[in-house]
Design a binder for this molecule. Structure first.
Ligand code: HEC
Length: 162
């Protein structure tokens, strides 16, 4: 039998606190509107979003090829490209921006920002030649793609719908 030491007890407490936090966060996300965002976008924004998605998908595939070849410089370049692209942001007029903000939930915007930050972290890990961290960050990126699609792009990816 496991002896309940002070440390295991602390672990248990931390873990239950985490569970509670995750449950609350889950509840909050559910309270926000979780549905495909595309139908609510203006045709211009929808077009920009799709272009951005296709370009980051292309870059992500190339990152995989560079990762399995140990080409740190190429990974750094591609990840930086994803980070800097922000096609959506760069091609938006202030009016488009207003349209976007009124069409998508805040959670969508923060997921997009978090995703772009991840690509910057991946680029940094590649510049530093840290392979283990590159693999971890790339994994997190794939999770970020899928998580956002499962919430906001189930019209395009119905297999991700729960
Ligand atoms: C913040 C949310 C979000 C993140 C993060 C995200 N996507 Fe998307 N993605 C969307 C939405 C919304 C659509 C649906 C666009 C539409 O159908 O108009 C989409 C659509 C796509 C499409 C289909 C484009 C098309 O022309 O039909 C591809 C491919 C794609 N995403 C790839 C990716 C990849 C690869 C990643 C991660 C490296 C990623 N996405 C991360 C929200 C996101």
């Amino acid at each position: 039998m496991m002896r309940v030491t002070a440390r295991t007890f602390r672990n248990l407490v931390t873990r239950s606190a985490l569970t509670v936090a995750v449950t609350i966060a889950g509840g909050l996300a559910a309270a926000q509107e979780v549905k495909p965002v595309s139908p609510d976008l203006t045709p211009k924004l929808r077009d920009l979003l799709r272009k951005e998605m296709l370009s980051i998908e292309g870059a992500s595939k190339d990152i995989l090829s560079a990762l399995i070849a140990g080409d740190d410089a190429r990974v750094a370049e591609l990840a930086q490209q994803i980070h800097d692209s922000f096609i959506l942001q760069q091609s938006m007029t202030p009016e488009d921006r207003e349209d976007l903000m009124s069409a998508v939930p805040e959670d969508f915007v923060s997921r997009d920002q978090a995703f772009h930050e991840l690509s910057a972290t991946l680029s940094k890990a590649a510049r530093e030649g840290d392979r283990a961290q590159q693999h971890a960050e790339f994994g997190r990126m794939v999770e970020a793609c899928t998580a956002c699609h499962a919430l906001y792009a189930t019209d395009r990816f119905p297999d991700l719908a729960e």
